[in-house]
Every structure is written in structure tokens, then in C-alpha cells.
Design a binder for this molecule. Structure first.
Ligand code: FES
Length: 256
């Protein structure tokens, strides 16, 4: 029996209708597939391919390219620990190791109770809050091994947990449905940006700094294109001259 009933197929078609080219809906469609099945299954790939008139290989190529699409069933919660450079040196590696020991799972593995899938994740563009973790794609800033263990324990106990930025944590599947483009009515939970992200803006405001006006000293797009083309021609000509001179040198050297 198919995991995808008429309601899901209808929602997939709805997503296709949101774009001038239906195939542009593939990414949200795959998120919707994940929200239904907990991963992108072969059946999910084939369904998207059939609806979009693509081959299963084409859809599979997309689903396996982006790390947010999972080919194996996920736990109730996805816990990502950023171990990219800045977070790693700020404690991300230590957090991951501690969680791995505590949960008895490695990268991309799910706990025996099916509650948590642990993953090393790449930079989350939240380096100013390093080291960061994500639960179902919501940020948990400035974590440490102790706070990380407390967090996963609360998730496994079914406690209500909120991101320091305000969002109440639901399940990974529910978050995937939102990513597919079906709002849950909670978009305004928490601030849009935290103190660390706003620090530069605050300093600029205090000192009266502003971004240069786009009009001042800037060329029009057409002028920029012309200038760029002229610059490219000049550097090409220079390269050719250097190459010719080198050739002449070599030939001259051979004559000597
Ligand atoms: S390195 Fe972790 S958020 Fe950028």
C-alpha cells in the first residue's frame, strides 16, 4: 500500500502549481515527501518523477545532492551539531563526541528508541553564535556538552523544548512540512535575529555609519558590463603579450 494518499498527491500538485515551471517545485515536493515518510523513499522519488515528467534518476540526483534530504528513515527529532571550522574550535567537536557517547550513536545514526537522529552538520551561517546545534532545523546557540546532553534528554522525554530564539520545537516531520511550504501559523515565534547578529548594526548606528549609497560613484549596469568587458580584453591582450614574449625568449634561448 502506498504511503502517499490522494491528499498528499493533491498537495504535491498544489506545490507544482505555485511555480511557472512545475519542475521548480521539486525541492519543496521532496520536503513534503519527507514530512509524510520521514525520509525520501524510492516510492517518493518515483511519485515526484511521475508528477513532474522527469526520470527517477533526475529526481534521485537532486535528492542525493542536498544533505537536507534523507534517504534513510529519521528519528522523531533531527539533532545537528555544527562541526565546521569555527564551531569545531569553539566546542562543536566536543559536543558531538559527548552526544555520540551519550546516545550511543554515530554520525547519521538514530537512537534505539527512534527519538533522535544525530548528524554532524556543516556551517549553519550562525558562526556568531558558535558553537551551534540545530533541532529540526531550529537554532540552539552557544551550546556546550552539558547543555547538549540536557537538550537531547528533554527531547527524548517528550518535554516541550523551545529554541533560544523562541521557536517551540515540534517534530522533524512537522518542520519538513513547513519547509515544503505549508505554514503552521507559527512563523512569528521568536526574534528574527539575535544579539550577536545585530552587534555590528548597533555599532554602526552608534557611530552614524551607513552603507554607501548605490547611486554614488557607481556605474549603471550597462556601463559596468562595458567596463568589465574592456578590462577582460585588456588582461587577455596582456596575457597574450606575455605568452608571445615567453615564446620569443624560448626561441631566442634555443638559438643561443
Ligand atoms: S561554523 Fe558553525 S555555524 Fe558557521
Amino acid at each position: 500500500m502506498s504511503a502517499f494518499g490522494p491528499e498528499t498527491v493533491g498537495e504535491l500538485r498544489e506545490l507544482m502549481g505555485r511555480y511557472p515551471e512545475a519542475r521548480s517545485a521539486l525541492l519543496p515536493m521532496l520536503h513534503l515527501v519527507q514530512s509524510v515518510e520521514g525520509h525520501v523513499s524510492t516510492e517518493g522519488i518515483e511519485l515526484c518523477a511521475e508528477l513532474l515528467g522527469l526520470s527517477a534518476a533526475e529526481v534521485s540526483g537532486v535528492a542525493t545532492f542536498y544533505t537536507m534530504y534523507k534517504r534513510r528513515p529519521m528519528g522523531t527529532h533531527h539533532v545537528g551539531v555544527c562541526t565546521n571550522t569555527l564551531c569545531a574550535v569553539m566546542g562543536g567537536d566536543a559536543i558531538f563526541e559527548r552526544l555520540s557517547d551519550h546516545l550511543n550513536v554515530g554520525h547519521d545514526e538514530t537512537t534505539a528508541d527512534g527519538q533522535v537522529t544525530l548528524e554532524r552538520v556543516e556551517c549553519n551561517a550562525a558562526c556568531d553564535f558558535a558553537p551551534v546545534m540545530m533541532v529540526n532545523w531550529e537554532f540552539f546557540d552557544r551550546q556546550d556538552p552539558v547543555s547538549a546532553v540536557d537538550l537531547v534528554d528533554r527531547l527524548r522525554d517528550g518535554e516541550q523544548v523551545a529554541s533560544p530564539r523562541g521557536a517551540e520545537i515540534t517534530s522533524w516531520r512537522e518542520a519538513e512540512r513547513v519547509l515544503a511550504g505549508f505554514e503552521d501559523g507559527r512563523v512569528d515565534e521568536g526574534p528574527a535575529a539575535g544579539d550577536a547578529s545585530l552587534a555590528g548594526l548597533q555599532i554602526a548606528n552608534e557611530r552614524g555609519w551607513a552603507a554607501p549609497s548605490s547611486a554614488a560613484g557607481s556605474a549603471s549596469p550597462d556601463e559596468s558590463k562595458t567596463e568589465a568587458a574592456a578590462e577582460a580584453d585588456t588582461s587577455r591582450a596582456e596575457s597574450e603579450t606575455v605568452a608571445e614574449e615567453s615564446e620569443a625568449d624560448v626561441e631566442g634561448g634555443a638559438d643561443d
